[in-house]
Design a protein around this ligand. Structure first.
Ligand SMILES: [Zn+2]
Ligand SMILES: [Zn+2]
Length: 126
């Protein structure tokens, strides 16, 4: 396995094993434990490549810092306003909404993203 493949594999493995939607910096901190001499620039570059390969997706909502996850069927997210954690919401994606908007506007809609905001379980009990 060459160096580049090894770096990409390490990033993918971490993303496959987490539900936390980490930021690029968090991914860097984690991958560095395995590949100590990896640079931040390399991690950023690899995230881009993995995205282009269709293996991971970037969540960038409301102008906040980008977070990453393994590519999966489209789903909604919840962001805690207090601790900033991002959770997957097991709510069916409303494909009808795409159709309705497309019909009304004449725009070609591929998908939509939705982010719920509020307090996570932990933060509600503080
Ligand atoms: Zn919270
Ligand atoms: Zn997600």
């Amino acid at each position: 396995m060459n160096k580049h493949t090894k770096q990409r594999e390490a990033i993918l493995r971490f993303l496959r094993g987490t539900y936390s939607h980490p930021t690029a910096d968090q991914i860097y901190d984690e991958v560095r434990k395995e590949i100590p001499n990896i640079s931040k620039g390399t991690v950023y570059r690899n995230l881009k490549v993995l995205q282009e390969m269709g293996l991971i997706s970037e969540l960038n909502l409301n102008g906040t810092v980008s977070r990453f996850e393994v590519k999966q069927e489209s789903h909604y997210h919840f962001r805690c306003e207090k601790c900033g954690r991002v959770l997957d919401i097991g709510e069916p994606v409303d494909k009808e909404l795409d159709r309705r908007v497309a019909l009304r506007t004449g725009l070609k809609i591929h998908h939509h993203q939705l982010e719920f905001q509020g307090l996570c379980h932990d933060c509600q009990h503080e």
